[in-house]
Ligand binder design. Structure first.
Ligand code: HEM
Length: 467
């Protein structure tokens, strides 16, 4: 039997980054990873190719840039790779034990339980609510007005998640939830890059912020849960599914309030931030690419002629979908996906010892010139049917892949297309000059200080013979 080549730091093994040997080199890498992870991870691919191997504070890490290797970890050998415990523990401090922070039997049970809420038939029923929320948000918009489009998108998607999944109106709490989510995410991200586990009982700034964020989010969510627990009604939404679900082994046992809260909090956070960021980056890109914007307007005007979109219109709006996909290529809301090898295994034929952390970064993979020539160019044509068919699986993976693939991916794509179609028919955005717009990689990739735009209302250019 031949043994797979070991991951050693020998320079002649070209794909692997040399292991940092000096303490100052280690510190320099850690600093770059903490302060500018996007460019650090990009530089690893540029420097070392498909597989970059490095060690930080004794943690063996591998950065994967080949779609086949990523596929091996996320799909083919998903049973051998689990979520990093430190990462799930840290996120767990915010949302608790849920489908997002667990593996194994507990995760399987929760995923199975939640899945029906994301069935495509159920999601189709959410379309009208999504359009309504977009219209409501834009009702107060005036031509010439400047606003932070990132904040507006957060408000729309938060309202949609609350109504579709929890049957609740949270319109009065958008700022509270937004600030708490940001504070919680920042604390989670900072702790994730510390590499030295910080116990939750230590009164560090991050732990204090995480507690504050949790408390603020609980104050919005817990009253909704307890009210619905009292009502004992099946309203057919996700919260009903959670409240009424029974234990497989003991049908008299229901999910505890804490467990319901954990899953609800997970959906609340995972379900609005990501899509809001995808949309914010889309407006940012459209504002700078008038030719793409004009093509989008042409499609919307031709198909919708000024009315609001419905689910049935979506097959006639392929360019709208291509714009969203291309925007998520450049600014994937989930910019990093990590796993840990739970036993000795191989990737691409190379030996991977137990405990190795694998890093796949949609932000980096989506800039691979082998699959996306001129990677920094915003070009939705990359996602026309013919071009998309030629992309290898996992060269583009905004929603991940394998058993942990985003449970809300259809929900998010439906929502993003409907919101974009509704609003781009009526308004276009111009960036307010003089602002610095920078992506900051928290749990989601968001614009650091929002995106200030000036609104310009528009009327559809209806083709001859239609009104
Ligand atoms: C554009 C929007 C979204 C993006 C880019 C996105 C991205 C992702 C990615 C990459 C993963 C996999 C993480 C991994 O493998 O470790 C994931 C998982 C997940 N997402 Fe999303 N997501 C989006 C929207 C949503 C929405 C709308 C919901 C819920 C309403 C949601 C809920 C979840 C949950 C619960 C998981 C964990 C699934 C599991 O481990 O079984 N996401 N998401």
């Amino acid at each position: 039997m031949t043994t797979a080549p070991a991951l050693t730091p020998k320079p002649q093994e070209a794909p692997f980054a040399p292991m940092p040997v000096t303490v100052s080199d280690k510190l320099a890498r850690l600093r770059r990873l903490r302060h500018d992870p996007l460019s650090y991870l990009l530089s690893l691919r540029e420097e070392f190719g498909d597989l970059a191997y490095f060690q930080l504070w004794g943690l063996r890490s591998m950065m994967l840039s080949n779609p086949e290797h990523i596929h091996e970890v996320l799909v083919k050998k998903s049973h051998l790779f689990v979520r990093a415990r430190t990462q799930t523990q840290i996120i767990g401090r915010l949302v608790g034990q849920s489908v997002l922070t667990t593996d194994g039997e507990f995760w399987r049970r929760q995923r199975k339980l939640l899945q029906p809420a994301f069935h495509h038939k159920r999601i189709a029923g959410y379309g009208a609510v999504m359009v309504d929320h977009a219209l409501k948000q834009a009702a107060g918009w005036q031509s010439g007005q400047t606003l932070d489009i990132a904040h507006e998108m957060m408000a729309v998607t938060l309202g949609i998640v609350a109504e579709t999944l929890f049957g609740a109106d949270v319109s009065g709490t958008v700022d509270q939830v937004g600030q708490a989510a940001e504070m919680g995410q920042r604390a989670v991200t900072e702790q994730s890059f510390m590499f030295i586990p910080i116990p939750f009982w230590l009164p560090t700034r991050q732990n204090r912020e995480m507690r504050r964020a949790r408390k603020a989010l609980d104050s919005v969510l817990m009253p909704i849960i307890s009210e619905r627990r009292k009502a004992q009604q099946d309203t057919g939404d996700l919260l009903s599914t959670l409240l009424l679900s029974v234990d497989d082994e003991d049908p008299t046992k229901r999910m505890s309030d804490e467990q319901v809260r954990n899953e609800a909090m997970t959906m609340f956070l995972a379900g609005h931030e990501t899509t809001a960021n995808a949309l914010s980056w889309t407006w940012y890109l459209l504002a700078q690419h008038p030719a793409v914007e004009a093509k989008l307007h042409e499609e919307l005007d031709r198909v919708l002629a000024g009315r609001s979109p419905t689910l049935e219109d979506l097959p006639q709006l392929p360019y709208t979908e291509m714009v969203i996909k291309e925007s998520m290529r450049l600014y994937p809301p989930a910019w990093i996906i990590t796993r840990v090898a739970k036993e000795d295994t191989t990737i691409g034929g190379y030996r991977v010892p137990k405990g190795t952390i694998t890093i796949a970064s949609p932000y980096v993979s989506h800039r691979d010139p082998r699959y996306f020539p001129e990677p920094e160019k915003f070009d939705p044509e990359r996602f026309c049917k013919e071009n998309e068919e030629h992309l290898p699986r996992d060269a583009y993976m905004p929603f991940g892949d394998g058993p942990h693939i985003c449970i809300g991916n259809m929900f998010a794509m439906l929502e993003a297309r409907l919101i974009l179609a509704t609003l781009a028919s009526r308004f276009q955005m111009r960036l307010v000059p003089g602002q610095k717009i920078e992506p900051v990689p928290l749990i989601a990739l968001r614009p650091r200080d929002g995106i200030q735009v000036q609104l310009q209302s528009r009327s559809p250019q209806v083709p001859d013979g239609r009104d």
